[in-house]
Design a protein around this ligand. Structure first.
Ligand code: FAD
Length: 407
């Protein structure tokens, strides 16, 4: 049974002591790791400074198949097959190779949590501290020092549990994003690539039922996204609402360091250029949870898990680097060329292949195959069992007349 405790004031008792696994951060990555441990019998403690699902951390758009494959479809708010891209010199509607959904953050987190049998406590993580206990890692929180042989940092971009200096803007490789959620409705999933809003980056309006998530993402952490988030909201006539934003890592980082495992934004798992970090947090969270479970069940040592997870992370480096190159190239493209390039991507076979490749990076089948009750399979076996990411099975559908519509 999953145990959850919201404690305030005097009820915030000391959590000092040791556990089998300490997962710090209860958003996409942390919840996914904890979920992979369900049924293992491990004493798993999941902590976050907020309640599960309390603080939305993104615009919450994800390929629909991820929601379906993880049994999270109940959280879906709206689904889209096309993306409307506005540039400074015209607009283009692109057909996406797979549908994308917006979802309700709170519901999705709750559904992930329902699949866990861990204990949850609200606690703020301050960082690592020394311990004399052999084989344990000690983490200082505002509710005491918690020790565990296996510790996961799923705390987001800051990489709180890394030894030495943490990632700090504006010098760290970080993008930034800010959005508002005015009450409105729309059927269009929209992106703006227009320097009126951001010199390097893009704007978005993602409808989600009775609200539209309108925001600006800048690859340059020095660019102030607040005035142009307001400008975009004003231009599209949406009302006002509270701001929500954060720094977004755009470079892959080491997935392990000094015995700690990093996942999601703390490991730089957010994709450069698109700033899509939810499916990758779920993907790498699944992989890490599988490795940690194998340690708990004595199928491997912690050292082997470190090596396997490190290798798994590094195997994805080429894709992350390619996306980073694309991110750097994007602001250099002359504004007049943006629409023709998008048009070419939308209509030509090469462009369509690229879109498929992008969507098949961190494929949703991965989590379905590994999802608990855990398959007694190694990561390598799962990868071999997956449909070939490069296979052309959908490229030549008879009804596929290209994925770009002029407007
Ligand atoms: C404005 C914006 C919009 C975005 N939109 C999208 C989108 O539509 N689709 C997409 O795929 N990606 C999007 N992203 C990126 C996405 O939000 C991240 O990549 C994703 O949230 C990473 O998940 P995570 O679990 O690693 O970290 P997070 O979701 O950031 O979760 C970190 C958790 O750690 C907790 N925490 C942090 N520090 C501490 C501490 N010291 N002590 C205790 N708890 C702590 C936080 O409360 C939080 O629950 C967006 C990002 C931004 C900023």
């Amino acid at each position: 049974m999953a145990k959850r405790a919201t404690k305030r004031g005097d009820e915030r008792t000391d959590l000092s002591g040791s556990r089998d696994l300490l997962v710090c951060g209860a958003s996409f990555a942390g919840l996914m790791v904890a979920r992979q441990m369900a049924g293992s019998g491990a004493d798993v403690l999941l902590i976050d400074r907020y309640e599960i699902g309390e603080r939305q951390t993104s615009a919450c758009a994800i390929p629909t198949a991820w929601l379906e494959n993880l049994g999270l479809i109940e959280s879906e708010r709206q689904r889209f097959d096309t993306v409307l891209v506005h540039t400074a010199h015209g607009s283009t509607r692109l057909k996406m190779p797979f549908s994308v959904s917006t979802f309700d953050y709170r519901v999705l987190c709750e559904l992930l949590w329902q699949g866990c049998d861990a204990t949850f406590e609200t606690a703020k993580v301050n960082g690592r501290v020394e311990t004399s206990a052999a084989g344990l890692i000690a983490v200082e929180t505002d509710r005491g020092v918690i020790e565990a042989p296996l510790v996961v940092d799923a705390l987001g971009w800051k990489r709180v549990l890394a030894a030495g200096a943490q990632f700090q803007p504006p010098d760290a490789p970080l993008s930034r994003g800010l959005e508002v959620h005015p009450r409105a409705s729309s059927g269009e999933f929209v992106i703006w690539i227009n320097r009126r809003y951001v010199p390097a980056g893009y704007g978005w309006a993602f409808p989600a039922g009775d609200e539209v998530r309108v925001g600006i993402g800048s690859f340059d952490p020095g660019f102030n996204v607040r005035p142009t988030t307001d400008l975009l909201a004003e231009d599209i006539g949406s009302g006002e609402s509270a701001y929500q934003g954060n720094w977004i890592p755009h470079e892959l980082r080491p997935a392990t360091a000094d015995g700690v495992f990093f996942v999601g934004d703390s490991a730089g798992h957010c994709l450069p250029a698109t700033a899509e970090g939810i499916r990758t947090a779920l993907y790498f969270g699944t992989a890490l949870g599988t490795e940690l479970r194998a340690v708990h069940e004595d199928h491997q040592t912690k050292g082997q898990a470190i090596e396997n997870y490190h290798q798994f992370n590094e195997a994805h480096r080429p894709q992350f680097e390619l996306m980073l190159k694309f991110q750097r190239l994007l602001p250099k493209i002359h504004p007049r060329l943006v629409k023709p390039i998008l048009k070419a991507v939308g209509s030509g076979p090469l462009g369509r292949r690229l879109l498929y490749r992008y969507f098949e990076f961190a494929p949703p089948e991965f989590a379905r195959i590994l999802a608990p009750p855990p398959a007694k399979r190694s990561l390598k076996e799962v990868l071999l069992a997956m449909p070939n990411a490069g296979d052309d099975r959908d490229f030549d559908r008879p009804d596929d007349r290209g994925n770009q519509v002029e407007i």
